[in-house]
Design a protein around this ligand. Structure first.
Ligand code: ZN
Length: 459
């Protein structure tokens, strides 16, 4: 029996507002972003150098020099030196620069714990927000005041305070300036989901399973037996043509010229529109899922390896272009963003979000558990070779995902579809889903600190 825990209660709440910065203020903010990016990149370079020294010391059997630690106070002392030597850096506020270092230290800790990749250099196009904790920022109903930015920045505010202000983050997405406001809210206990009792007493419709695909972004179970396709907006053909046209237009123009900037901004506006649509659809899907279901099950997919680019062998047709199109469709489906949005939304309703290993979900019969590649008649058709159960292939997979998750959570007895399956052809033993590898996927629902030690990934 695998024990699971709900997400910790909400401690912070946030809101974003559009900023109406004057031209002079925008210039100042751009300059602050440039300085903070420099500080970030400097920290990345420094940490890489120090890691090399530490590795060399360890290899030689010497103790690692104390200077190799990149703690926040140590980096701040370096920042003081950097600023003393560079008047242009010291001309900006020290606050966002220190906060950038704080973010960097957190990013490094995440990488060490295996939660994220190592921090890398930021380019100009990479997003970077300027964070100002209290008392370096003040927020009224109409203005935002920041350290070293003269005059208040006008603000279009659409919601009241949610608690005590902690910090604000000013960012630019290429089109608009926004401020995200973080409040310390009173901890809210995660409630028990209203349908958990029904699920425990045998009502399968109180749980939902989702299958991620290329034809339909998601196929989800509906009720006890049914299924439905959920489409997350991909760029329309017209939007894709427009993207391509803008890119060609930009490439013909002299880099840095007025016209070049015009095309860049048009591209940014288009990108932002697509991103906004997708974010909104993902959010709505997540809220629908956790409102109506006590358990939400996803497959555990590794899109980074699934969407790897085939090697470029010029002159040889190896399906590289077709793979690129497939990759684009997979990545536009916003798989990770949907799982994350669902986890976040689940904190408010008490739903349990769990993931299960993906292998054989598409070849397993949801009715009897028989697993065989012959079960899959075509891209869309599924017919079990043992019991004759026929269904839409993606719908069948969604039901298998739900069943696997319910069994792993101990809410249903195993019927076979979660452990049965063909042995891998090369004679390796397939891992049954009751083993730690399977449970680790479920532990993905827990906060990193709560993960059982046995499930933690190696740093
Ligand atoms: Zn069957």
């Amino acid at each position: 029996m695998f024990a699971y825990a709900l997400e910790p209660s909400l401690m912070f709440a946030g809101r974003s507002f559009a900023l109406d910065a004057r031209c002079a203020q925008q210039r100042l903010l751009y300059a602050e972003i440039r300085r903070s990016r420099w500080v970030w990149n400097r920290a990345v370079a420094l940490a890489r150098r120090l890691r090399r020294i530490a590795v060399a010391a360890k290899a030689a059997g010497r103790p690692v020099p104390a200077v190799c630690r990149t703690s926040y106070p140590a980096l701040c002392r370096r920042l003081t030196v950097w600023r003393r030597r560079r008047p242009w850096l010291a001309a900006g506020s020290v606050v966002p620069q220190q906060q950038t270092l704080k973010t960097y230290v957190q990013a490094e800790a995440n990488a060490l714990a295996g939660r994220a990749r190592w921090p890398v250099f930021k380019k100009r196009r990479d997003p970077l927000g300027l964070r100002y904790p209290l008392p370096h920022a003040t927020l009224s109903d109409t203005t935002l005041t920041l350290a070293k930015v003269p005059g208040g920045i006008r603000l279009r505010r659409s919601s009241p305070d949610l608690g005590a202000l902690r910090h604000v983050t000013v960012a630019h997405d290429g089109v608009r300036w926004t401020v995200s406001v973080c409040y310390a809210a009173a901890p809210v206990p995660v409630p028990e989901h209203p349908r958990m009792a029904a699920l425990a007493s045998g009502d399968d419709s109180a749980a939902v399973g989702l299958d991620f695909g290329v034809v339909s972004t998601w196929t989800r179970t509906v009720g006890a037996e049914g299924q439905a396709a959920v489409q997350i907006a991909r760029r329309s053909p017209a939007q894709r043509r427009r993207t391509a046209r803008l890119g060609r237009q930009r490439s013909r123009r002299r880099k840095g010229s007025r016209g070049w900037w015009r095309s860049v901004r048009a591209e940014q506006r288009l990108q932002r529109r697509v991103a906004t649509q997708r974010r909104e659809q993902v959010r709505q899907l997540a809220q629908d899922l956790v409102r109506d279901h006590a358990v939400v099950g996803f497959e555990e997919l590794h899109l980074r390896s699934m969407t790897a680019r085939p090697r470029d062998r010029s002159g040889v047709r190896n399906g590289r272009a077709a793979k690129a199109a497939l990759n684009r469709r997979m990545l536009e489906g916003a798989f990770r963003a949907t799982v994350q949005a669902t986890r976040w939304a689940a904190r408010k309703t008490g739903a349990v979000v769990a993931t299960t290993p993906a292998p054989y979900t598409s070849q397993t019969c949801a009715a009897c558990g028989h697993t065989a590649s012959e079960n899959r008649e075509s891209q869309a058709g599924f017919r079990c070779q043992r019991c004759g159960h026929a269904a839409h292939a993606d719908g069948n997979a969604a039901h298998v995902v739900r069943q696997r998750v319910l069994v792993a959570l101990g809410l249903r007895p195993a019927v076979g579809c979660e452990t049965a399956g063909p042995s891998p052809p090369d004679g390796r033993r397939r891992k049954p889903l009751g083993e730690p590898g399977a449970a680790r996927a479920l532990a993905g629902n827990l906060e990193p600190a709560e993960r059982p030690v046995a499930f933690a990934r190696a740093g």
